[in-house]
Design a protein around this ligand. Structure first.
Ligand SMILES: *Cc1c(COP(=O)(O)O)cnc(C)c1O
Length: 349
């Protein structure tokens, strides 16, 4: 979802952005109008996340998936090993890409438990000379989210924040690099945000393509080539909206209430189940199954008819998934819970 207020604002500004005589889509990315849009969006994101000045904020393309290869290309810095947490499908993709560039040591592996929990940190195996440690903060498909930031000492920590960025405050200074595809919790597809500590830049592997070098994008204000201008603009409207909601502390308060009541409804029912360890349940993505799986198709048809959309689980895990990102109002979660309760009543024997 995107906030209705953001879509309405985009609609008002669609044909003529602030008397410029142009739509944002028609602007030169180097013109003064677009420059002001881009700068404001970055300033608002920096303010929201309290991003320190020694971090570059990049607005890139190629999705979070391109970061799976850009990270080793840029951050190995002469080393041959990197540490990766394997907590789900997105970790796995990041790992298989990293293996093309270096030795990968797995810190802990949640595939042993179907990605329903994360083993205790006393069992984690870090290597001594890793160039960096990578983890997926929220596994979007499995609904598995870290409750804490792993402590990696002096080794730069790299985090895929795609499906949890802006959902609650996070201490950026603990990270070497954060990345997030915009399309989950920020704006439309086409944009990937990278927040990287500047002192890590400038050590790419030999023959790294120019477009895959963070330093090039940092030196050029993410305009080495034409950026995804409209996605960047719309993300800026979302940053402004989050500020108006009271920033990340306020988002966290609402998101916490939303997730709590949905998991409570699932746990207190006979029909619905979520397999994830309560400590690691995602605030943003709530997968659930029906104890009577023959009712799943009917659940999806009837929920859709009731205006509750995109509840089908990811094709690799099946079942249902409620993604309750920032823009999903609490009333949307209430409507889902009411529907689930009514559906259960109708189908209890
Ligand atoms: C969606 C997602 C990705 C992939 O994003 P793309 O922009 O489609 O490449 C990577 N990591 C996580 C955690 C995701 O949720």
């Amino acid at each position: 979802m995107l906030p209705a207020a953001v879509l309405e604002k985009a609609q008002q500004e669609m044909l003529d952005w602030r008397d410029s005589g142009m739509s944002v889509m028609e602007m030169s990315h180097r013109g003064p109008e677009y420059t002001s849009i881009a700068k404001q969006a970055e300033a608002d994101l920096r303010e929201l996340m309290a991003i320190p000045d020694d971090y570059a904020v990049l607005f890139l393309q190629g999705g979070a998936s391109s970061q799976f290869s850009m990270i080793p290309m840029n951050l190995l810095r002469g080393k041959t090993k990197a540490d990766y947490f394997n907590t789900g499908a997105w970790s796995k993709k990041a790992i298989s890409e990293a293996k093309k560039f270096c030795d990968v040591n797995i810190v802990t592996d949640s595939s042993d438990n179907n990605c329903t929990t994360i083993a205790d940190k006393s069992t984690w195996q870090f290597s001594e000379n890793a160039a960096y440690v990578h983890y997926t903060v929220n596994e979007t498909i499995h609904g598995l989210e870290f409750d804490d930031i792993p402590d990696t000492g002096d080794i730069p920590l790299v985090a895929d924040l795609s499906s949890t960025i802006l959902s609650r405050p996070i201490d950026v200074s603990r990270f070497g690099l954060i990345y997030a595809g915009a399309q989950k919790n920020i704006g439309p597809a086409g944009l990937c945000i990278v927040i990287v500590k500047r002192d890590l830049l400038g050590h790419t592997l030999d023959k790294t393509p120019t477009m895959f070098d963070y330093q090039v994008h940092a030196d050029n204000g993410s305009m080495y080539n034409t950026p995804a201008t409209y996605s960047w603009y719309l993300s800026g409207l979302v940053f402004d909206w989050v500020k108006q909601q009271g920033g990340l502390a306020a988002m966290a308060e609402t998101n916490d209430r939303k997730q709590r009541k949905l998991y409570d409804a699932i746990d207190n029912s006979q029909l619905y189940q979520n397999p994830v360890d309560a400590k690691y349940r995602s605030w943003m993505n709530v997968p659930f199954t029906l104890t009577d799986s023959s009712l799943e198709t009917q659940f999806l048809t009837e929920s859709k008819a009731a205006g509750l959309l995109t509840l089908k689980g990811h094709k690799t895990v099946g079942g249902m998934r409620a993604s309750i990102y920032n823009a999903m109002p609490e009333s949307g979660v209430d409507a889902l819970i009411a529907f689930m309760s009514e559906f259960e009543k109708q189908h209890s024997k």
